[in-house]
Structures are given as C-alpha cells and as structure tokens.
Design a binder for this molecule. Structure first.
Ligand code: AMP
Ligand code: ZN
Length: 497
C-alpha cells in the first residue's frame, strides 16, 4: 500500500487562500508543472530557492508513492524586458551583446542552470520542454482562442480580449484583483497601441525587422507572447486540467493569471487544481533579481568570492539553509544565517554517524513511533520543512543522549530512527552528506595521479618507438589543457588554467 493512501496531505492553494486536502485527478498519479527559467543569464540564488522548493514537493510526493509527471519548461523566446508587452526579447538582447546566436545564449545558460541545480541535488523534471520547440502548438492555441471570440488580430499582433473574457469569468481571481482596479491602475492609455483595452495581453507579437527571433504564422512573421508557452506546454504534457502548478510568487500576476485565462478560453475549463507559489529570497531586504544586480550567484557561494560572504559554503549547506524556512515565507540571505545553518547541518550529519554506533537497550525512553508521525505531520502540513527539521533535531538530541548512556533506545527504535532519518534527510530534503559530496571533496590529487600514469604510458610507448600512441597521449593531454615538457631529466607537466 502506498504511503499516500493513509496520509492526508494538505496543500496551500493560492487561488483559495486555504490549505486544502490534496486529491489528485487520477488516484495515485500527480501532474505538476513549474515555470522554469528564462535562460539569458546565470541562474542566481533566488531562482535556485524556488526550484529547490519545488524539488522538495516533487521528492515528497514521490516518497508518498505517487507517480509524478513533473514538467518544468525552459523559456527560450518571448520573454520581453520588464515582463511587459513591449521591448526587446531578453535572449535576443543578450545575443546581440555577446555577439552570439540566440540559441548559443540559450545553450550556455541552460547548461549553467542544469549544472547548478545538480549541485543542489535537485532531481531533473520528467519533461523539460522549450518555448521554441512548441511554436506550432502555440499558433494552434491562438487560433482556438480567436475562434472562441476571445482573441483578436490587429496589424500582425494578436491580443487576448480580457474584457470579453471577464464577462463570464473573473480575470484576477488568482491574484485577488478586480478588473476595475486593473483598469484604473494601468498607465498605458487606450489609443497608444493596437489593443482594444490596455489590460489585453499579447498572444502573438509582430516581429519588427530588427527582432531576430521570428517565426511565420497566419498573422505574419512574429513570435509568441510570454504567457502562452506555459499554457501550451502544460496542457500538451499534463492535459487540459492537471493537479499542481508552481512558480515564484512574482509570477502570480500577470503570468499565472494569463495562463488561467488562456487555458479557460481554449478549453472551457480552469487548467489547474492547486496553485502553489514559492516566496522570494532577499538580499539586504530586497528581492534577489537578475535585472537589478541585487543577487548572489551559486558559484560565488561555493568559492566564497563575494563581498557578502566571509567564506565558502557547500551546496548541501545552502540547500539546508533554504529548507529551514517555509517555502511560503520570505527568506533573507546573510552570511551569519548561512554560518548557523552550516553548524546545524553538520550536527544533523554527525548524528547519522553516531546512530551507527549506539548500543541498544532492552527498554526505551523515547517514543520513536510518535516522533515519526510528527515528521510526516509536518510534511503533510503543506510541506512544512522547518517543522520537520525541528523534529529531526529532537531525534539528534535523543541520539546524542543515548550515545552518552543518558537515555535508552531499543534495537527497534534504532532501526526506525535510521530508516526515518535517511528517508527525510536524504530522500525528501535531498541533502547530501558533505563527505560524499564532490563539491567539497578535493579531487586534484586523483587528477594528477592520472596524468602521471598517462606520462608513464607515453614514455613506455616512446621507448618502443610507438610514436603514434605517444603523440596521441600528448595531444589528448593538451586538449585537456595539460602541457608536457620533455627534458633530459624526464617529463614534467603543467595544468593550464
Ligand atoms: P526567471 O528566470 O526570472 O523567469 O525566474 C525563474 C524562477 O525564479 C521564477 O519562478 C521566479 O519566480 C523565481 N525567482 C526569481 N527571483 C527570485 C527570488 N529572489 N527568490 C525566489 N525565487 C525567485
Ligand atoms: Zn510559466
């Protein structure tokens, strides 16, 4: 029997503003979509927090026994500057700046994104679709929305008719906005653009001659609006209606609001059952953000090279620091908080080692079964990782007391503790013991030994006048930025940086 069958998981649904009992559309299966990164620069620590928050959700659902299809997109076109309706495409702008093809920019920063998330031990999603890979599907969805009378074309642009949609639906129901307020707050004046109303948003934009990311469509050459890709890719891989949609809090409006409108306009149904929003990581009290430069890059943390840091921190410690806060709370980054998290992390890891050497007693002073229930209760209460961590530290206390013969644990207790600690620390929270983590392990000696071994092989080949092999070894090492110097005393090497 899967764990979820006797666990009652509650999820805070942003659309109702309440914690609701989780009931997936199909028993035992979960469809989850999370808005991915716009790959025009290095992923910063704030972005990582959101993806770690949803990795926790993914991991816990899997732990409960659900079969989860987790779709997280890559935005590689259509996301304009300032999240607005005008301006340059972020990727195209960067491509011009770097004198690269837009797809080179996409490749460079997608690789960075994957490498960093792997360091944080995030599990890869089940499907990672791209906006540019789904242009045809986006055009088809626009046609449907126009057919339903909720989209209109003007001068090669297609807009979503928000006022028309709002006649039967509530545009603003996710973010709690009223259309009247949206109208009075908007700065754009009617008549300044092709839109019927300033609230309308682009489904398709006409490409001006200088716009390099462009595709043919029934409305002329252009590119899709930013909000559309998520509607199209979530419905393609998860269906017109699916269980969970996640993203950072800053995406609630307009991005997710527009997704609901587009989804409903094309299928007549609300696309998402549970909306989840992760809160922001701040630096000096302000949101970490790419555009303002108020951010820290993960690599700076791993090397300690940032003015806000006193030293380097490993990826598992940073992950632990983030999980110490509830995903719905703002978390402020500071060197002191990270340093405290490091101490906590080490204590937790030490307890795993201590647990292996505890002598079992015949009687017990600790109600392990009750403790285990509390760990599940914490996670079932909307993935409350800080409460889970507090319970794990209660176990750490008991483990240390038992080691000092100040409390008693039975064999059975120790087995349950070992399994439950492992489940929550490694499988659910995705932490990695620093000793096994390549991030902290110094591999340089192994590398140098390997080079020396190859030099010996090359010398052996040269002695046998097998110059083909010896040249191959030298060339390969040179490719790996290892330069060899032959002299009468022997061969030495230098690793180029
Ligand atoms: P972007 O690449 O800007 O589209 O952002 C990717 C994801 O990171 C989105 O879900 C954002 O909501 C999220 N995000 C951006 N800044 C922060 C931050 N400071 N803290 C947490 N999440 C963030
Ligand atoms: Zn999205």
């Amino acid at each position: 029997m899967a764990l979820y069958e006797h666990q009652s998981l509650k999820i805070y649904n942003s659309i109702s503003g309440e914690k609701e009992t989780f009931e997936p559309l199909t028993e035992g299966y979960v469809g989850m979509y999370v808005c991915g990164p716009t790959v025009y620069s290095n992923v910063h620590l704030g972005n990582c927090r959101t993806f770690i928050s949803f990795d926790l959700v993914f991991r816990y659902l899997k732990h409960l026994g659900y079969k989860v299809r987790y779709v997280r997109n890559i935005t590689d076109a259509g996301h304009l500057e300032n999240d607005g309706e005008e301006g340059e495409d972020r990727i195209a702008k960067k491509a011009k700046l770097m004198e690269l093809e837009p797809m080179e920019v996409v490749q460079k920063y997608s690789v960075d994104f994957h490498q960093i998330l792997q360091k944080f031990n995030n599990l890869p999603p089940s499907i990672e679709p791209t906006a540019t890979g789904h242009i045809i599907e986006q055009i088809e969805t626009i046609k449907t929305i126009i057919d339903k009378g909720l989209g209109y074309e003007v001068n090669g642009n297609v807009y979503f008719d928000v006022m028309k949609y709002n006649e039967s639906q509530h545009y603003g129901k996710l973010s709690g906005r009223k259309i009247e307020d949206l109208i009075s707050n908007t700065r754009e004046l009617t008549g300044q653009s092709d839109k019927k109303n300033p609230q309308d948003f682009a489904l398709w934009k006409k490409a001006e001659p200088q716009h390099i990311m462009r595709w043919p469509s029934p409305w002329g050459v252009g590119f899709p609006g930013w909000h559309l890709e998520c509607t199209v890719m979530s419905s393609k891989y998860l269906g017109d209606q699916f269980d969970i949609h996640g993203g950072g809090m800053d995406l609630k409006f307009p991005h997710h609001e527009c997704e609901i409108a587009q989804g409903h306009a094309s299928t007549g149904k609300d696309p998402v059952n549970y909306w989840m929003h992760a809160n922001m990581l701040t630096l000096n009290g302000k949101k970490m953000s790419k555009s303002t430069g108020n951010n820290i890059l993960p690599r700076e943390l791993f090397t300690g090279e940032n003015e806000n840091l006193s030293k380097a921190y490993t990826a598992p410690v940073v992950r632990f620091f983030m999980l110490q806060a509830n995903y719905r709370s703002i978390l402020d980054f500071s060197d002191e908080a990270l340093s405290a998290a490091e101490k906590g992390f080490n204590k937790l890891m030490d307890s795993i080692t201590t647990l292996k050497s505890i002598k079992a007693s015949k009687t017990s002073d600790f109600d392990v079964s009750d403790w285990k229930d509390k760990c599940y209760e914490a996670m079932n209460d909307d993935f409350n990782s800080p409460i889970l961590i507090a319970h794990l530290f209660e176990a750490v206390k008991q483990i240390n007391l038992a080691k000092a013969d100040q409390t008693k644990l039975t064999h059975e207790n120790i087995d349950v503790l070992k399994q439950t600690m492992k489940d929550f620390i490694f499988d659910v929270m995705g932490l990695v013991n620093a000793e096994n983590n390549s991030e902290t392990k110094d591999n340089s000696n192994d590398f140098e030994e390997l080079i020396q071994f190859l030099i010996d092989m090359r010398n052996h080949a040269r002695l046998n006048k097998d110059f083909e092999t010896s040249d191959k070894i030298r060339d390969k090492l040179s490719e790996m930025k290892v330069e060899l110097k032959d002299s009468r005393e022997g061969t030495t090497f230098q690793i180029q940086s």
